[in-house]
Write a protein that binds this ligand. Sequence first.
Ligand code: SF4
Ligand code: SF4
Length: 270
Amino acid sequence: MGFFTDTSVCIGCKACEVACKEWNAVPEDGLEFTGMSYDNTQGLGADTWRHVAFIEQSKPIGQNETGVEHGAAPDASGMRWLMASDVCKHCTHAACLDVCPTGSLFRTEFGTVVVQEDICNGCGYCVPACPYGVIDQRKGDGRAWKCTLCYDRIGVGQEPACAKACPTDSIQFGPLDELRERAALRVDQLHDLGVEDARLYGHDPDDGVGGDGAFFLLLDEPEVYGLPPDPVVTTRDLPSMWRHAGVAAAALLGGLAAVFTAHGREGGAR
Ligand code: SF4
Ligand code: SF4
């Protein structure tokens, strides 16, 4: 199960942010004037599990909705907003989970990645391990917090609070295969409407994290939204590193054994 976030229909209302905070009792994180358009939460963190980005571009959005008359852009340099609700990607190969020494982070029966706050010891290993910079330690608490994809809600057959609250269905919840099919059709529809930059992000099970459980339809390059263009699970090289360390340790022990043996022989000869 997962999320498909179609940013082409996001209106930036932030109902998802509010619903997430309310359902999960996530504390407020300070509403500040950031100078980043209407973005007052800046990014994902321990106290922001959904983050609606507002990206201002001097690029007309064009007509991207069937049956809606958008009118001509005043000039070729017309301005547009890209709005996108970001979240934990619930990676198929999740580095946060790989490095957690307590088992606080675990893979649920729905394929999602959840932190159990009563087991988290606040070591913070998961924070640098996440290739998306999602998971974070809460100030004054130290434990790691992030989106649970509303584990409690989906366990009783309800959709996550953000998807339920989204008035435009920008956030859709369901089985990943079904969502991927729907997303591919939506991209084709947008291309037919002349929105050539529409593309999917995180949908490919062959990417560096084995595909995201939360993937997106974007209207520009991932970097424009602050997303890494080619994320790779940061623990990918750990098995080969351990293998090399094992070989090095065996060689060292072999060398030491040879030295001791040689010394023993010399001692006996005297
Ligand atoms: S996005 Fe980061 S925190 Fe979320 S599952 Fe992937 S590695 Fe873990
Ligand atoms: S609730 Fe839906 S439309 Fe509103 S900001 Fe979130 S994703 Fe966008």
